[in-house]
Write a protein that binds this ligand. Structure first.
Ligand SMILES: Nc1ncnc2c1ncn2[C@@H]1O[C@H](COP(=O)(O)OP(=O)(O)O)[C@@H](O)[C@H]1O
Ligand SMILES: [Mg+2]
Length: 246
C-alpha cells in the first residue's frame, strides 16, 4: 500500500453525463475532490444525487465526460485498457448494497474468485489469503456454507472479505448497510472500520447519517455537485477530547 497521506485520488472539474438514444442526462457537475491514501471518506446525499455515479467513476467502472482524474498523480485518461484492467484487479475493490455474491457457491469460493484474476498472487497463496480474509470478517466457521445459506449481514461480510482478499488500496462501498437490519449493519460497519485501521482507503456511499459517522470526513453531494466537505462529528469530537486531555 502507498504511504499514508499522499494524494491518491484527485478529481478536477469532473463532469458526467449519461447518453441514451441521443438524449443527454447531465449527472455530475465540476466535481473537485482530493482523497489521500488512508482516508475514510463518506459520500452522502439524497437518492439520485449522483453518489453511485461518482463512485463508479473513481473506481474505474465508468468513464467521465469531461474534467480530469489523477490516480496517484497519473492521468486516468492516459491509461490504456491494460493499465485499467490491472488497476481494477489489484488496487481497488467494491462492496455493493446487493452483496453480488455468486449464488449456490461457497463462501470460500466467492472469496477466492478475485485471486484468480490477480496477476501477481501465486496460486499456492490463494487458499491461505482467502481463509485469512474470511477470518477477518469473523466467518471462519461458515467458510464451506453456500452463499444462499447465510443471513444478509453474513453475506455482506463475505462481500467485504472478497473485497479485501487482494489487499487493494481503495475499497469502495456503495450503501453496504442498505439491505441490513441495524445490528447486522453495525457489524458490517465494524468490519469496514477495521479495514480502515489496517490502512486501506475507504470510500463509503450512504444516505444514512449514522453510517456516515464512521468516516473521518463526510462529503455531501446534491444534484451532482459537492455541497459540503467536512470532518465528521465523531472525528471532531475525538480531536476536541484529545485537546482537552492535554
Ligand atoms: N445509465 C444511466 N442512464 C441515464 N441516467 C442514469 C443512469 N444511471 C444513473 N442515471 C441517473 O443519474 C442520476 C444519479 O444516479 P446515481 O448516481 O445512481 O445516484 P445515487 O447513487 O445518488 O442515488 C439519477 O438521476 C439517475 O437517474
Ligand atoms: Mg446509488
Amino acid at each position: 500500500m502507498s504511504s499514508k497521506g499522499s494524494s491518491l485520488i484527485e478529481a478536477k472539474k469532473l463532469c458526467k453525463s449519461y447518453f441514451n438514444e441521443g438524449l443527454e442526462t447531465p449527472v455530475l457537475f465540476d466535481i473537485d475532490l482530493t482523497i489521500n491514501s488512508g482516508e475514510f471518506v463518506a459520500i452522502m446525499g439524497p437518492s439520485g444525487s449522483g453518489k453511485s455515479t461518482l463512485m463508479h467513476i473513481l473506481g474505474f467502472l465508468d468513464h467521465f465526460t469531461s474534467g480530469s482524474y489523477l490516480f496517484h498523480d497519473e492521468p486516468v485518461l492516459r491509461m490504456n485498457d491494460d493499465d485499467l484492467a490491472k488497476i481494477r484487479a489489484t488496487r481497488v475493490s467494491f462492496v455493493f448494497q446487493a452483496f453480488n455474491l455468486l449464488p449456490r457457491t461457497s463462501v470460500l469460493e466467492n472469496v477466492l474468485l478475485p485471486l484468480l484474476y490477480h496477476p501477481t498472487i501465486a496460486a499456492s497463496e490463494r487458499m491461505d489469503r482467502a481463509m485469512k480474509a474470511i477470518a477477518t470478517v469473523g466467518l471462519t466457521d461458515r467458510a464451506k456454507y453456500l452463499s444462499n445459506q447465510l443471513s444478509g449481514g453474513q453475506k455482506q461480510r463475505v462481500a467485504i472479505a472478497r473485497a479485501l482478499v487482494t489487499e487493494p488500496e481503495v475499497i469502495f462501498a456503495d450503501e453496504p448497510t442498505g439491505n441490513l437490519d441495524s445490528v447486522s449493519g453495525r457489524q458490517v460497519m465494524e468490519a469496514v472500520q477495521q479495514l480502515h485501521e489496517h490502512g486501506h482507503t475507504i470510500i463509503l456511499v450512504t444516505h444514512e447519517r449514522t453510517t456516515a459517522e464512521h468516516a473521518e470526513r463526510i462529503i455531501h453531494i446534491r444534484d451532482g455537485r459537492i455541497q459540503e466537505d467536512t470532518k465528521s462529528f465523531k472525528r471532531r469530537l475525538a480531536k476536541e477530547a484529545s485537546t482537552l486531555a492535554k
